[in-house]
Design a protein around this ligand. Structure first.
Ligand code: NAP
Length: 236
């Protein structure tokens, strides 16, 4: 039996990933910063609910204790994320408007939050027979793409969100080297209709969750330290 925890699983790509992994037979923890939203989502899915705010040490530690008491963890999906430079699908902040505070808020969730969760759950993952981590990144993380005028993400003017996801990619590479027994990959879901972008995304959550679900189910002989979308490996 595989036990999986997904951060930010009360809606969007995290919820769809939870739905699919419950369907694949995983025992799924829907982790949500709002206990009520998490409980309602878990009830709809036949999953377990655990409160978890990635920006809060005590919340993350309590979640790790609850999952340990529940029997441990095999798969961690670091999905929770924010995009503060987009409001209602409108790009509001390019380099000219970027403040250190916007950068700090973005990194608090997307980067420091991910490390906080990894640090708390690593002891549980190390006890698993087949530990897997999926870090939800973005195509906007790719330095190759963002510096290529022909790439679809190139016109995006925001700084904080892409920079935070580039950090996610480096975290993925370094953790994968540190824990060769684990399968640790970064994924790009593609531009997906969710609250993150005011539902301006071009594809459904079913399509967006594809690569997250696939990498959550990767076996011990699967890739690690990579960066993938649904079509295959991406340039960093
Ligand atoms: P979403 O519908 O807005 O969902 C984001 C989830 O993260 C929500 O459950 C949200 O909880 C949660 N979250 C935010 N801050 C949190 C915190 N401090 N602690 C715990 N949970 C927190 O957006 P989404 O599109 O599904 O995003 C999921 C991931 O995919 C993100 O990492 C995003 O960067 C990435 N991504 C999305 C796209 C896209 O086009 N949508 C493309 C590439 C990558 P609340 O409900 O409480 O706010």
């Amino acid at each position: 039996m595989t036990t999986t925890l997904i951060t930010g699983a009360n809606k969007g790509l995290g919820f769809e990933t939870a739905r699919r992994l419950v369907g694949a037979g995983h025992t799924v923890y829907v982790a949500s910063r709002d206990a009520g939203r998490g409980r309602r989502a878990a009830e709809r899915l036949g999953a377990r609910a655990v409160p978890l705010d990635v920006t809060d040490d005590a919340s993350v530690a309590a979640a790790a204790r609850a999952v340990e008491a529940g029997g441990g963890l095999d798969v961690l999906v670091n999905n929770a994320g924010i995009q503060v430079e987009m409001v209602d699908g409108q790009e509001v902040a390019g380099a000219a408007e970027l403040t250190a505070e916007m950068m700090r808020r973005t990194f608090e969730t997307n980067v420091f939050g991910m490390v906080r969760v990894l640090h708390a759950f690593l002891p549980l993952l190390r006890r698993s027979g087949a530990p897997v981590v999926v870090n939800v990144s973005s195509g906007l993380a790719s330095l190759s793409r963002m510096s290529d005028p022909g790439s679809p993400g190139h016109p995006y003017p925001g700084v904080a969100y892409p920079a935070s996801k580039t950090a996610v990619n480096m975290i993925t590479v370094q953790y994968a080297k540190a824990f060769p027994r684990m399968r640790i990959n970064a994924v790009e879901p593609g531009f997906t209709r969710t609250d993150l972008n005011g539902n301006s995304g071009r594809q459904t959550v079913e399509r967006g969750a594809e690569i997250i679900v696939r990498m959550a189910q990767v076996g011990p002989d699967g890739p690690t330290g990579g960066y993938f979308d649904a079509e295959g490996p991406l340039a960093w």
